[in-house]
Design a protein around this ligand. Structure first.
Ligand SMILES: NC(=O)c1ccc[n+]([C@@H]2O[C@H](COP(=O)([O-])OP(=O)(O)OC[C@H]3O[C@@H](n4cnc5c(N)ncnc54)[C@H](O)[C@@H]3O)[C@@H](O)[C@H]2O)c1
Length: 269
C-alpha cells in the first residue's frame, strides 16, 4: 500500500450513514465526510424541513446528501435505513452511530422511562443498526468502517448521568466485541470518545430545569472548567468530524476495537 496523502483521506465513491446528523457532532461528521467525497445519508428524528439547513450546507460544499426521518429508539425503524440508503446510493461503506441523548439525573431520580429511552437510542440502536450494516457489508464482500460515538463518560463518569454513562460504557464494549468478529471481513469498528463539545444538546443540558441564577452559576462553572482544560477551549463538532474522517479513511486501516479520545486533555486534568 503506497497512498498519496490526498488518496489516503479520499472517500470518493463511498456511502456513509450518519445517525443524528442533522445537528451537533453528527452534523460536523457529515460535513467532513462529505468534504472528503462520501455520499451521506443522514438519519435523524427531526422533520425533514428542520434538517434542511444542514442538508443545504452540505450541498453548498459540493456534497451529495439525502435525509431519512426515523426514531432510532425503535429497532423496527432500522431496516428502512438500509433499504433507503441502497435505493438512493447503491451501497453502504461507512456507518457513524452518533445519535445519542443525555440528561442530568441523580440516582434517586432515575426512572425506567429515562433508562429505556437512553439505552434504546445510545446502545440498542447502535447494536442493531451495526448488525444490519455488517450483514450487508459481508454480503457485498467489500469490508467497511463503523464509527461509534461514545464519550469520555464511558471512561470516567462526570456525575449524575448514570443512565448515560452505562449506555456509553456499553458502546465502548460493543465496539470491541463486534470488532473482534468483523475483522476477518475487512470491517473496522472503532469509537470516538469526545469530551465537552459545543452542540445544541450540550447547550440544552446546561439550561435544563435550571433557574436563571443556577444558569449563571453553571456558566461561571463552565468558564472555570474551560480554563483548567489543557487545551483551554470546548470542542467543536468539526474536531470530532476530523477524527471521524481519520477512522473512515484508509489512514486508519490497521485500527479496530480502539477508542480515539478527543477531549482537549480533559482526562489528564
Ligand atoms: N456534546 C458533547 O459534549 C458530547 C460529549 C461526548 C459524547 N457526545 C455524544 O455525541 C453524540 C452527539 O451528541 P450532540 O452533543 O451532538 O447531541 P445533539 O443533541 O446536539 O444532537 C443529537 C442529534 O441526534 C438526534 N436524535 C435524538 N434522538 C434521536 C432519535 N431517537 N432517533 C434519531 N435521531 C435522534 C437529534 O435530533 C440531533 O440531531 C451523542 O451520542 C452524545 O452522547 C456528546
Amino acid at each position: 500500500m503506497n497512498h498519496s496523502i490526498e488518496k489516503l483521506f479520499d472517500l470518493t465513491g463511498k456511502v456513509a450513514i450518519v445517525t443524528g446528523g442533522a445537528m451537533g457532532i453528527g452534523k460536523g461528521v457529515a460535513i467532513r465526510l462529505a468534504e472528503a467525497g462520501a455520499k451521506i445519508m443522514i438519519v435523524d428524528i427531526i422533520d425533514h424541513k428542520d434538517a434542511e439547513p444542514t442538508l443545504q450546507e452540505i450541498k453548498n460544499l459540493g456534497g451529495q446528501v439525502s435525509y431519512l426521518k426515523a426514531d432510532l429508539r425503535d429497532i423496527k425503524n432500522l431496516p428502512s435505513i438500509i433499504t433507503q440508503t441502497l435505493k438512493e446510493f447503491g451501497d453502504i461503506n461507512i456507518l457513524v452511530n452518533n445519535a445519542g441523548i443525555f440528561s442530568y439525573c441523580p440516582i434517586t431520580e432515575l426512572t425506567e422511562e429515562l433508562w429505556d429511552n437512553t439505552h434504546n437510542l445510545n446502545l440498542k440502536a447502535v447494536a442493531f443498526l451495526s448488525k444490519l450494516v455488517v450483514s450487508k457489508m459481508i454480503e457485498k464482500n467489500h469490508g467497511g468502517k463503523i464509527i461509534n460515538i461514545s464519550s469520555i463518560d464511558s471512561i470516567k463518569p462526570s456525575g449524575n448521568l448514570s443512565q448515560y454513562d452505562s449506555s456509553k460504557g456499553g458502546v465502548r464494549m460493543l465496539t470491541r466485541a463486534f470488532a473482534k468478529e468483523t475483522g476477518k471481513y475487512g470491517i473496522n469498528i472503532n469509537d470516538i470518545a469526545p469530551g465537552g463539545v459545543n452542540t445544541p444538546g450540550g447547550t440544552k443540558i446546561a439550561g435544563e430545569n435550571l433557574t436563571a441564577e443556577q444558569q449563571k452559576a453553571m456558566k461561571t462553572q463552565t468558564e472555570q472548567f474551560v480554563k483548567m482544560l489543557p487545551l483551554q477551549r470546548m470542542g467543536e463538532p468539526q474536531d470530532i468530524g476530523n477524527a471521524a474522517l481519520f477512522l473512515a479513511s484508509d489512514a486508519s486501516n490497521y485500527m479496530t476495537g480502539s477508542t480515539l479520545i478527543v477531549d482537549g486533555g480533559l482526562l489528564i486534568m
